[in-house]
Design a protein around this ligand. Sequence first.
Ligand code: C2E
Ligand code: MG
Ligand code: MG
Ligand code: MG
Length: 290
Amino acid sequence: YHAKQTRDRLAIFQPAMLAKVQQRFIVEQDLKKGLAQQQFHLMFQPIFDGEHETLSHAEALLRWQHPTLGSISPAEFIPIAEETGYIIELGDWVLEQVADVLDSWHIRFPTNQCPSITVNVSAKQCQSATFADDVASLIARHQFAPQCLGLEMTETALLEHSETVGKNLHQLHALGIKLYLDDFGTGYSSLSLLRQYPFSVIKMDRSFIMDIDQPNGKAAPLCRGMIAMAHAVGLTVVAEGVETKQQLGWLRQHQCDYLQGYVLSRPIARTALEDWLLPKSHQRMVLVHG
Ligand code: C2E
Ligand code: MG
Ligand code: MG
Ligand code: MG
């Protein structure tokens, strides 16, 4: 028995796991150098109006090009940035970048209605006592209208330090910033968060959209319910991760307000997004596959 236990324990130290621990260590060390060495950039994923088929807004998504490890997914480095507290600096950088883009649009496309950009904010940011003040100062230092900035937060980001979070969210709302509840339906307390905080939009999580066209499945009725519920309390709905024409058709048929996903567009570079904003360009949504 003893021998077996020892063997099991030894099995924990696999080379693959060691490599993983090392990689995590490298990521943690290198994150801090990334900003100074300009290894981060933003991509923008267009989000379309389901009824009018026009570009509605875009979500800014952070990318990290590591000098030796290559491109690292935010799903991997954001949690590490959160644990180390570095997310505050990184999050500020993202907000400044987006503010600069919005300012340039304000000048370049004065006649167009300025499309908004949403920024993902993490738990640490929401829970920071100065977060709303920092955003207020960002707006004061820039020209763009506050309605052009959206902030996306997940349910888990809002669960702790609720007094500070509440103060921040109400102050942000008062500034005219739209609040988006991201990955809706995957957390523990979606409905109470909707009651407590001034959200304008829910983003139905990709896991629901994925199964929407399964016959007799639960995803479709749940989506129908989420859309009806959101509309009943004056919220709009984004479907995230729309990958097929069938899903797209279903969502449009069921009055989902906004659509985001690879079937419409992957995240694209800023310049590519700006092509959509030029007066001559066709702004209607185009299916990637067909
Ligand atoms: P999220 O906010 O839920 O963003 C949507 C994610 O789904 C993005 O992944 C996007 O590229 C991906 N996506 C969009 N359409 C489709 C689709 O049709 N199919 C599939 N399979 N995926 C789709 P990404 O860019 O890898 O970001 C992952 C997560 O990392 C984000 O999830 C967000 O939570 C976080 N993140 C990204 N940028 C930032 C940032 O600047 N700050 C913070 N705090 N978090 C960020
Ligand atoms: Mg998001
Ligand atoms: Mg999401
Ligand atoms: Mg998601």
